[in-house]
Design a protein around this ligand. Structure first.
Ligand SMILES: [Zn+2]
Length: 214
């Protein structure tokens, strides 16, 4: 579950800016990032970060681009599958003039592969867009961290992200959400830590912590 021994003490941990990825060492963690001006997550501990400003909140373009594409594994894999599918389908069409059964098989395979890829791409982009929507105009609720674990189902460059589960209350009803971050400092976060949550009023199941974690 948790990893210990990476830092001398939680108080000695800095945080990484979720927006521009600048790392702020312990003692230099402010409310806002001195590099990009974005809201910084609180270091691990009982302190809540600054409350989210009222919506609409402006998100750095670099951050939304990452959510939508450059760090969206589903969108990347889906785009590759869709492109390969299109190539196979095109080869299949060409082959139809030479050997019809083979051409049709290639075309069918390409079309199937391509549509699976396209579906994955659209689905992943759609959930990223809902996330951006919640961050931009979501209503604010007080939340609490429920648990932290390393998510070994995702490995990039030999590292796995930390998945943070949280709970928040809307009209007395408890709702849950989860988010992930790569910053090693997240390993030091403890259940019960206070945090801010923003959620879509028409669909509170779509939520994000504010500010997000890097
Ligand atoms: Zn920053």
């Amino acid at each position: 579950m948790m990893q210990h021994g990476m830092f001398a003490a939680p108080g000695a941990a800095g945080v990484t800016c979720p927006w521009c990825k600048h790392h702020w060492p312990a003692g230099m963690v402010a409310v806002e990032c001195g590099n990009c001006g974005g809201a910084l997550p609180a270091p691990p501990g009982p302190t809540r970060a600054a409350a989210p400003p009222p919506g609409p909140r402006r998100l750095p373009e670099r951050y939304t681009r990452e959510l939508l594409f450059s760090k969206n594994v589903g969108a990347i894999v889906g785009t590759i599958f869709a492109s390969l599918g299109a190539v196979f389908a095109a080869i299949g069409l060409g082959l139809c003039f030479v050997l019809l059964p083979l051409g049709l098989s290639f075309f069918a395979f390409g079309a199937l592969f391509g549509s699976i890829g396209w579906g994955l791409r659209s689905g992943s982009r759609k959930s990223a867009l809902r996330q951006i929507d919640a961050l931009t105009r979501g209503l604010v609720a007080e939340g609490q961290l429920v648990g932290v674990r390393q998510d070994h189902s995702e490995i990039i460059n030999g590292r796995s992200p930390y998945r943070i589960e949280y709970v928040f209350y809307v009209n007395g009803q408890a709702l849950g959400g989860s988010t992930k971050g790569w910053d090693i400092v997240n390993a030091l976060r403890q259940p019960g830590e206070p945090l801010w949550v923003v959620f879509l009023p028409e669909d509170p199941g779509v939520s994000s912590i504010w500010p997000p974690i890097a």
